[in-house]
Ligand binder design. Structure first.
Ligand SMILES: [Zn+2]
Ligand SMILES: [Zn+2]
Length: 203
């Protein structure tokens, strides 16, 4: 589904997978839950595109599940931040807040992607904003398209009924996550594109 000129959300994935174009470069944000790669591939096939860069907001399985297949098929550059990058590379595990969360992670275990870089190496089309709390390495990616600002926040903010909130249950450090949400809100005017829910335009 088209959100704005050059900006799309791929239909039917969880969490949301966003795709945007700057110049001829195609960027993808996150890579859904394992088992949803067909949605990603059919989006690219029907639009005649392929991702050059994949930006990961954080290393939860619903955001990196189809990263291995995406990398195998399209060979994009992959970026993530801090501890979450180590999880993607298979060098560390995210601390689990609960037994249920650890069972969930084990069930949806994702094969390591070694060829992933730190967001510090990202070039200037995208502004990286640290928004920790949900996970230690949660980051947001801000872009400007046709004079409008957009920010992909992953799970730093969830959306319900047009409002943004921090998901207490799934955030490792709730207070830090609340601060990160304030940081995101201070960037207005901006459209926030969450990992779960619909875009929220802050004016
Ligand atoms: Zn999520
Ligand atoms: Zn998450």
């Amino acid at each position: 589904m088209k959100i704005a000129d050059g900006l799309f959300v791929i239909d039917g994935t969880n969490a949301n997978v966003y795709v945007f174009k700057i110049g001829n470069k195609v960027f993808q944000v996150d890579s859904a839950l394992k088992g949803q790669f067909n949605k990603i591939r059919s989006f690219y096939e029907s639009n005649g595109l392929k991702p050059d860069v994949v930006l990961i907001t954080h290393a939860h399985p619903d955001h990196i599940g189809e990263l291995p297949k995406t990398v195998n098929l399209y060979s994009p550059k992959v970026y993530a931040h801090g501890l979450d990058l180590k999880v993607i590379r298979g060098e560390a595990k995210l601390p689990s807040k609960s037994f249920l969360a650890s069972v969930f992670s084990a069930f949806y275990r994702v094969a390591p992607v070694k060829d992933a870089d730190d967001t510090a190496k990202l070039t200037n089309e995208v502004t990286v904003i640290e928004t920790p709390g949900h996970t230690p390495g949660s980051v947001s990616y801000m872009i400007e398209l046709n004079g409008e600002k957009f920010i992909f926040v992953g799970d730093a903010a969830f959306e319900k009924d047009g409002r943004l909130y921090v998901n207490k249950r799934f955030s490792l450090d709730y207070l830090l996550a609340e601060e990160s949400l304030k940081k995101i809100e201070s960037l207005k005017p901006i459209t926030v594109l969450p990992g779960h829910g619909k875009p929220v335009k802050l004016v």
